[in-house]
Design a protein around this ligand. Structure first.
Ligand code: FAD
Ligand code: FES
Length: 498
């Protein structure tokens, strides 16, 4: 299935050359999403020699597969942060996220393709049982100094609320792929050496050297802006990983206008609009699903079904999916890890803004400025009470994946008869393999053991990938890494049969 997002399908990347040869710099930024590109731009502004390495293309990670919404609260709710921490932390969150949105607005000036627009965020439910959540969020936002109001009616085209809807004005939305592409160009103009198709395949933290297939970078500092940091990090043990499915429809009759519409609860969706070359799109994003433990096709179809049954959009044009890493205590993890490299992760589905906050915090630290909020977000923090739920969820998933992973029985016959488009965990030549037969008949067989920490991968039928339920590493059928903490590909095996 084509899983190009509406953002990547309607905005072209700038195109940067491959890294070739060995270079040295002050700061190496790994990852060309909003976090990495913003960090690189800010560090170039400090006069540093910066290299940015992107495995694929600028924006090809979560940034170019997001919803493009910018808001001062979080998707779990400011009430959640206020209850895990306190009202003062909730106020800090609002202040830092607001400053990041203002920064994005300034960067977006003179860039009409970025489509930066101020708009309201509308939060509502369709079951009476959810109304408490809306009221708690209203109180938390008001306590944090936000101007929030309640409305009984919604713009035409949206399914009606049960109880009043919360409206938070002066939030924003943009075209995230166009934004990050334009920022990368700006960073390159400011002197950053930006390289695409330059995946870091080996990281020597002691000598601060990263290697790609065609070169290496030795740096004074390394920023791992790779969504989930590469290799082993304690934060991974505390971050549940989820995928979300999105569909962009021709808008048809369903057009509530500019706004971030969060309709929560059973059959809840996040809805927004996009205009591109005279075409109006309605974008619907469904609830999150634990990576590697759900039926991807069913999850995608559920989003399409809910949207068409409640909103009357036109034809579905783009379908895609992306991953989020939720932090254990509601705050992201930003700062130096145990090896001294910078990491920025745990953004949940709020990372266009958190990624910008992270870039600002990392740039401030490298400039020698103290940042109290960044200290609170330190990756090594231990907040067992505030993060108990996420820690338990993640530990349970990992334990289950390790325990269940090796119970698959041998399926020798299945390998021989593996049809085009089919996948299976098979035992062949005395070993277990994750096998997939491509549309052209080619058989791919790779080790099913995730190269991060050894959990067993599961098939994702929508994106044709092997996904690890433990910490979210994902691999192509030939074993190459797509995303997640794994650096090394799954071992490929040439089988005699099939
Ligand atoms: C469905 C969905 C909708 C979302 N909507 C919103 C939203 O509306 N608003 C919001 O604020 N947030 C949203 N988010 C969250 C947001 O998209 C992410 O948190 C944010 O984009 C993360 O940015 P990043 O730069 O840290 O990571 P990414 O954008 O994932 O960038 C990381 C980059 O690192 C590269 N990389 C990885 N490994 C290597 C390597 N070994 N070598 C070199 N490069 C490497 C990847 O290719 C990738 O391009 C959403 C998330 C999902 C899943
Ligand atoms: S991602 Fe950690 S074991 Fe697979």
């Amino acid at each position: 299935m084509d899983t190009t997002s509406v953002w990547r399908g309607t905005a072209r990347g700038p195109g940067f050359a491959l890294l070739q040869g060995d270079v040295q710099c002050d700061v190496l930024v790994v990852g060309g999403g909003i976090t990495g590109v913003t960090t690189a731009l800010l560090l170039a502004g400090q006069g540093r020699k910066v290299v940015l390495l992107e495995a694929d293309e600028i924006g090809s990670g979560a940034t170019g597969h997001s919803t493009g919404n910018l808001y001062v609260t979080t998707s779990q709710g400011l009430a959640d942060i206020a209850s895990r921490w306190d009202a003062a932390v909730a106020r800090e969150v609002v202040a830092r996220r607001k400053a990041a949105i203002d920064f994005i607005e300034v960067q977006s000036r003179q860039l009409p393709q970025v489509l930066f627009t101020r708009c309201p965020l509308v939060l509502y439910v369709r079951e009476a049982s959810g109304q408490d959540r809306v009221e708690q969020e209203r109180r938390a936002l008001a306590a944090a100094g936000c101007l929030v109001r309640m409305e009984d009616t919604l713009p035409a085209g949206l399914p009606p609320p049960v109880g009043p809807a919360l409206v938070l004005d002066d939030q924003a939305q943009l075209q995230p792929q166009a934004y990050v592409a334009a920022l990368a160009q700006r960073a390159a103009q400011a002197g950053v050496s930006v390289h695409e198709h330059s995946r870091v395949i080996d990281l020597d933290r002691a000598s601060r050297t990263a290697s790609t297939a065609s070169g290496s970078v030795r740096a004074g500092e390394i920023v791992l802006a790779t969504h989930s940091p590469k290799g082993f990090h304690l934060v991974q043990a505390e971050m549940p990983v989820h995928r979300e499915y999105a569909v962009a429809f021709e808008a048809g009759a369903a057009d509530p206008g500019a706004g971030i519409y969060w309709w929560q609860g059973d059959e809840g969706l996040s809805i927004r609009m996009l205009s591109h070359e005279g075409q109006r799109y309605l974008i619907a994003v469904g609830p999150e699903q634990k990576t590697g433990t759900h039926n991807a096709k069913a999850a995608l179809m559920a989003v399409e079904h809910i949207a068409t049954s409640h909103l009357e959009p036109g034809r579905a044009v783009f379908r895609w999916s992306a991953q989020n890493y939720r932090s254990h205590d509601g705050l992201p993890s930003i700062g130096r890890d145990h090896t001294g490299c910078f990491v920025a992760t745990g953004f949940s589905t709020d990372g266009l803004t958190w990624g910008t906050v992270a870039a600002q915090a990392i740039a401030a630290e490298l400039a020698g400025r103290q940042d109290a909020f960044a200290e609170r977000c330190a990756p090594g923090r231990f907040t067992p009470v505030k993060g108990a739920g996420a820690l338990a969820e993640e530990t349970a998933t990992t334990a289950k994946a390790l325990a269940q992973g090796w119970l698959t029985r041998g399926q020798h016959e299945k390998l021989a008869s593996l049809a085009v488009g089919d996948s299976a965990i098979v035992v062949a030549e005395g070993e277990s393999f994750a096998a997939y037969r491509a549309p052209d008949g080619e058989l791919f067989a790779v080790s099913p053991v995730c190269t991060h920490l050894g959990c067993k991968v599961r098939w994702n039928s929508v994106e044709t990938s092997w996904d690890c339920p433990c910490h979210g590493s994902r691999f192509r059928p030939d074993g190459t890494v797509i995303e997640g903490p794994a650096l090394t590909p799954l071992r490929r095996k040439q089988l005699q049969m099939g």
